[in-house]
Design a protein around this ligand. Structure first.
Ligand code: GRF
Length: 205
């Protein structure tokens, strides 16, 4: 079957990458395959997960490449070489330029650990998102998968899933619940949804 080639971009533990890999194995994802993992951190455990699953990976750092432009050029070269159709940001903590997001318009999706438009945008990532939710005292939070454009967390929303905030939650406990109950479910679902759409549009030329 024709499958959408996905590149997953990571910076950390890779639990979202693992959820995608598992979803490909369990049949939740049938119209896409993970063809590449790209990290901006040599130490990202996500790279071990890629290796354990025989998925090619590359590491590019702005430090090694000297500039944002060289960093993005290296990534684009790799994506083109492998005929990547869809980019998934899964805990990727590096800024991508407007040029980059325009080049891949409606072909980059991101998982954000809140119900956008709450607790998103500049400076809201990882634990900081959950700290802000607890600080505000919301009773419901969750996760959002959205298209990536030039505005941080500003692209069209694809899927969302709500998660209850429990009394006595710490940021760490809340983060884990949001991952388990929301992120690890809606990111694979969104990949399958977007991949079917791309295939219908003949999107994996
Ligand atoms: C998660 O908190 C996710 O919401 C955010 O970055 C973190 C990445 O986690 N996008 P992992 O690397 O997928 O485990």
């Amino acid at each position: 079957m024709n499958k959408i080639k996905v590149a997953v971009m990571v910076s950390g533990g890779g639990t979202n990458l693992q959820a995608i890999i598992d979803a490909c194995k369990s049949g939740i994802i049938t119209h896409a395959e993970v063809a590449l993992v790209v990290s901006n951190k040599k130490s990202a455990y996500a790279l071990q997960r890629a290796s354990d699953n025989n998925i090619p990976s590359v590491v590019f750092t702005k430090k090694d490449l000297g500039s944002q432009e060289a960093f993005e050029k290296a990534i684009i070269t790799e994506l083109d070489k492998r005929h990547i159709d869809l980019i998934v940001l899964a805990g990727f903590l590096s800024i991508l330029s407007e040029d980059f997001t325009r080049r891949y318009s409606h072909r980059i999706i991101n998982i954000h650990p809140s119900l956008i438009p709450s607790f998103c945008g500049q400076g809201y990532y990882g634990l900081k998102v959950h700290e802000a939710a607890l600080e505000r005292g919301v009773k419901i939070t969750g996760a959002t998968v959205h298209y990536v454009n030039e505005i941080p967390d500003g692209g069209e929303i694809i899927l969302q899933k709500a998660v209850k905030v429990n009394k006595g939650d710490t940021p760490e406990k809340l983060q884990l619940r949001v991952m388990k109950q929301a992120e690890w479910k809606i990111l694979p679902e969104a990949i399958e949804l977007v991949s079917r759409e791309l295939l219908e549009q003949g999107g994996n030329k």
